[in-house]
Design a protein around this ligand. Structure first.
Ligand code: R5P
Length: 270
């Protein structure tokens, strides 16, 4: 792996060199869902959470309009799009942000959705592969978002298949969902894997999910709604961080969430 790629990968997932997990914070939902609940005023929600996230996954527009330019947080830039929640099929995506623009925006990695089993599987696989060619020319890591879509069966068989295909195509990081037997997925996926949180869960369950994933080999989380939709997002990201960075049990982390439920006045915990 060349120096730039390695260095950027370690910036995006800073837990990698010492074997702990990392907290990537996903706020890219609006690129097909519009003003998602909790992100209606993106800057107001996101800025207090920045000190607690290791990296930020988002679209070009929210980066340019809602993230302070002087932040040091590593950016994972979503570069695929092409559909909206108003359409039945969400898989008709293509590369919509150039590598030059990603570099201009100082992205540390780029993210692209592949729709394995979806109507536009072929198109997204080919576009993803071309993105890997171009991004690697500049030492930019590529994150494959797998298993997104309304009708995907998120079981081990499907998630392993989608994740492994992403690796075979050249992904440097795979984003997928947690499932029963997750350690088998990890064994078949020789690059760092991060998990999405999915729809909002009760906080204790979301922390259990994060705990299960890192215990079974995930390199961390790339969670969104389960961080910015709870009543106390700052407390929640600190609790998630406790699980991922410090190996807190789900109960310890949930206690941390409850004791910090007053919101955003707490400094970063590491
Ligand atoms: C999916 O296309 C996006 O990357 C989502 O924004 C991401 O999966 C969301 O994370 P979560 O499911 O934790 O809200």
């Amino acid at each position: 792996m060349n120096w730039g790629l390695r260095n950027r990968l370690d910036r995006v997932l800073p837990g990698l060199p010492n074997g702990t997990g990392s907290v990537m914070f996903a706020i890219d939902h609006g690129y097909f869902m519009g003003p998602t609940s909790g992100l209606e005023d993106p800057r107001k929600t996101i800025v207090p959470l920045l000190p607690h996230a290791d990296s930020l996954m988002l679209s070009r527009g929210i980066l340019q309009n809602s993230i302070p330019k002087r932040t040091n947080i590593p950016i994972v830039l979503r570069v695929s799009s092409g559909n909206s929640i108003l359409n039945e099929d969400l898989s008709n995506e293509e590369l919509c942000v150039s590598i030059e623009d990603a570099i201009r925006l100082n992205a540390s990695a780029v993210a692209f959705s592949i729709y394995i089993g979806g109507a536009y599987e072929h198109q997204t696989i080919v576009e993803f592969s071309k993105l890997v060619n171009d991004a690697h020319r500049y030492g930019l890591p590529v994150l494959a978002v797998t298993a997104v879509g309304k009708d995907m069966n998120r079981d081990l068989r499907y998630l392993s298949l989608a994740s492994r295909i992403a690796v075979e195509l050249g992904a440097d990081i795979v984003k997928t969902y947690y499932c029963d037997g997750f350690n088998e997925l990890i064994a078949a996926c020789p690059v760092p894997v991060v998990i999405a949180g999915g729809k909002k869960l009760p906080e204790a369950e979301a922390l259990q999910l994060a705990h299960n994933a890192v215990q079974q080999g995930a390199a961390g989380v790339d969670m969104g709604r389960n961080i910015f939709q709870p009543e106390a997002p700052v407390a929640m990201i600190q609790a998630v961080r406790g699980v991922v960075h410090k190996n807190l049990s789900p109960k310890e982390a949930y206690d941390l969430y409850l004791t910090r439920e007053d919101g955003d006045e707490h400094p970063a915990d590491s």
